[in-house]
Ligand binder design. Structure first.
Ligand code: MEV
Length: 326
């Protein structure tokens, strides 16, 4: 039996603008997905949580199964657990793909190869989403810590890899980086979930329409890129006031692009007085917000008073991890 786990993620800077080539920063969170795999002894087909595995229902699992098959071709039983809320923009699907890749590498008696995990799980997510997935979620879940995605190789960051992928007949390319953040004691991140499902594709299309009809508003995406670079530098310097300020500025531009929602704004207003900075995280239209805070319990309480669900997470949560091997 092999058990692995991988973290979810939140976006600290740069959502939406990253679709147009600007840098974005994601960090791992302490909510994880866990995958347990053992050889299926009773049935001669693969099983998922006690039922026959249906490839069409789980295209990302099917993609990974095909690319990392067990060496003896014996069917396996996959069990999935986890604490990352689904469809909330926190990367639960990517974390599942990453944990599964790691578990299958173990079953194949290979050592963990994070670059392979990050690549296969990214392709699996893209396949499941009809071609459109950036490598941000899967890379952050694989490597843990901070991951910066950009269309250019960013100076002053540690380069991880360049990823290319054919998307609808076009070659897309992303450069992935990480860096050492200097986070002082006592600063944490609070994630607040509106419980409202925001559709990523609807939000991305909404921004695309806005930019098509008002090309001059592309400057707002460039502004987000500039805020992201400044926020990353402040994280390297350990200046948390400046990080919080950059987060709040990033949120104001996202709001002006029309991707916030009344539910997000309510949680933002509740969290702001006890926080250094607040913003929505992910595609918006619902989903989650984050607060950088020195008073995490107070911030959680304020968000919950407004009907949100909240949890505290710390920085530098580990990426893919082997939990157990028998
Ligand atoms: C969604 O989590 C982040 C977006 O920037 C979309 C994307 O990067 O594919 C809104």
């Amino acid at each position: 039996m092999v058990k692995t786990s991988a973290p979810g993620k939140c976006i600290l800077f740069g959502e939406h603008a990253v679709v147009y080539g600007q840098p974005a920063l994601a960090c791992s969170i302490n909510q994880r997905m866990t995958v347990e795999i053992e050889k299926e002894e009773t049935f001669d087909s693969w099983r998922l949580d006690g039922r026959t595995f249906k490839p069409k229902k789980h295209p990302h699992i099917e993609y990974i199964r095909k690319h990392l098959p067990p060496l003896d071709d014996q069917p396996l039983h996959i069990r999935i657990r986890g604490t990352i809320p689904k469809a909330s923009g926190l990367g639960s699907s990517a974390a599942l793909s990453v944990a599964l890749c790691g578990a299958l590498q173990q079953i194949r008696e290979e050592s963990i190869d994070l670059l392979q995990v990050s690549s296969i799980s990214h392709h699996a997510e893209a396949e499941a989403q009809g071609g459109r997935a950036s490598p941000m979620d899967t890379a952050t879940s694989s490597f843990g810590g901070f991951v910066v995605l950009s269309d250019t190789i960013e100076e002053n960051l540690d380069f991880i890899e360049t990823r290319t992928m054919e998307v609808n007949g076009q070659t897309r390319q992303w450069h992935l980086h990480t860096f050492d953040a200097n986070i002082p004691e006592g600063v944490s991140l609070v994630v607040g979930n509106t419980g409202v499902h925001g559709s990523t594709s609807a939000m991305v299309n909404q921004v695309a329409n806005l930019i098509r009809e008002n090309p001059e508003r592309k400057i707002e995406l460039e502004t987000i890129g500039a805020i992201a670079r400044r926020g990353i530098q402040s994280l390297q310097e350990g200046d948390m006031e400046a990080v919080g300020q950059a987060m709040s500025e990033n949120h104001m531009v996202l709001r002006s692009l029309g991707v916030s929602s009344p539910e997000i704004e309510r949680l933002i207003r509740a969290a702001a007085p006890s926080s250094l900075g607040v913003k929505l995280t992910g595609a918006g239209g619902g989903g989650c917000m984050i607060a950088l805070t020195r008073n995490p319990e107070q911030t959680v309480g304020a968000i919950e008073m407004e009907g949100g669900r909240a949890f505290i997470t710390h920085f530098n949560e580990e990426g893919l991890r082997i939990e157990h091997i028998i």
